[in-house]
Design a protein around this ligand. Structure first.
Ligand code: DAH
Length: 341
């Protein structure tokens, strides 16, 4: 066997010795002994050099030195990577006494929380949640809701127009029309969703916000039923001690119409800054569906009657949690959001 064969043998024995599972320090140092120790296989080859013809010795010395330094680099690397323990390095790398990794947990956005809560409250008395388009035509957002061309709500200052005839919906009331076009009464739905208004951004208003629309159509529906339903809702959402007040109002798509106030959640009705010393806070608009709206969707208004209502989610959430700036809902500050875990 030539010297080169012997060198190759040692290399492959070494490769066999270190392959497979990662080694402990003890195992690596045994291997080191076996190959590079005083009586190791490399030392033996150095010994055998004296049997070579003198002219071959210097070349052989060079090759053996290369082998030696190759193996010692590999062994150093193995020692570096090896675990201290005498057991396998996999076991020793698990320290059950260390504290676990911290995985940050997110939270549900307060707007989503309020939507869920309102859906549950109305769901319990038979209202289904449905959704409508945020980009809609003039007809569904305005015309069919009895909002005439000269109505100020249509003004470019309030409405985001996409084309002359297409808008970002300014309220969830558009979905009343879609639902009635698609379904026959009786029906009982709520419609949560985003709405858009071209308003100056301030602590009280934002260009985008959320509403929930409600619509109930059946036979002989009365204003008293609507009052009962909305009172049930207010008490479920704000608490049993909160009072409600219905004030006559006007909406083009309901007749008669009302606005609903709740006794001030902050001062319990005695008068404070939030309720402007009135003791009351306005929370929603409602009314009996106008027969003209039924006409637009092809319902017989002699046969069917109903009520509708609409409320702002941001406002409800601000009142419930005492939040004083609507922009907090939209700027994604985790210090704010974390409080709703
Ligand atoms: N759409 C109205 C708004 O955005 C809210 C509203 C009022 C909805 C009365 C209704 C309703 O369904 O009957 O201000």
């Amino acid at each position: 066997m030539t010297l080169q064969d012997k060198i190759n043998n040692i290399k492959s024995q070494f490769a066999d010795a270190v392959k497979g599972l990662s080694l402990t320090k003890k195992e690596v140092s045994d291997i080191k002994n076996q190959f590079l120790g005083r009586k190791g296989s490399v030392a033996q080859l150095f010994n055998e050099m004296k049997n070579l013809p003198p002219e071959d010795r210097s070349q052989a010395g060079k090759e053996l030195n290369i082998l030696k330094s190759e193996l010692s680099t590999k062994i150093d690397n193995l020692l570096h990577a090896a675990a201290d323990d005498s057991t396998s390095s996999l076991e020793s790398s698990i320290d059950p006494t260390l504290p676990g990794d911290f995985i940050p947990v997110g939270s549900i956005h307060p707007i989503e929380k309020t939507i869920q809560e309102i859906k549950n409250i109305f769901g319990a008395i038979g209202f289904n949640s449905v959704y409508g388009p945020e980009i809609d035509d003039d007809y569904h957002n305005f015309e069919a809701l009895n909002i005439p061309h000269y109505h100020p709500a249509r003004d470019m200052q309030d409405t985001f127009y996409i084309t002359d005839d297409v808008v970002l919906r300014t309220h969830t009331s558009n979905t009343q029309i879609h639902v009635m076009e698609e379904q026959q009464p009786p029906l009982r739905v709520i419609v949560p969703g985003r709405v858009y208004r071209n308003e100056a951004i301030s602590v009280r208003s934002y260009c985008l916000f959320h509403q929930i629309e409600g619509l109930y159509v059946s036979k002989n529906v009365t204003f008293a039923e609507m009052k009962g339903t909305l009172e049930y809702f207010v008490k479920s959402f704000f608490g049993q001690n909160v009072k409600t007040r219905f004030r006559p109002s006007y909406f083009p798509f309901t007749e008669p119409s009302a606005e609903v106030d709740v006794s001030c959640i902050f001062c319990k009705g005695s008068g404070c800054k939030t309720c402007k010393q009135t003791g009351w806070l306005e929370i929603l608009g409602c009314g009996m569906v106008d027969p003209d709206v039924f006409l637009k969707v092809g319902y017989d208004s002699e046969k069917w009657s109903g009520y509708a209502f609409g409320l702002g989610i941001e406002r409800m959430t601000m009142l419930k949690y005492g939040i004083d700036d609507i922009r907090l809902f939209f700027n994604g500050d985790v210090r704010f959001l974390r409080q709703f875990r």
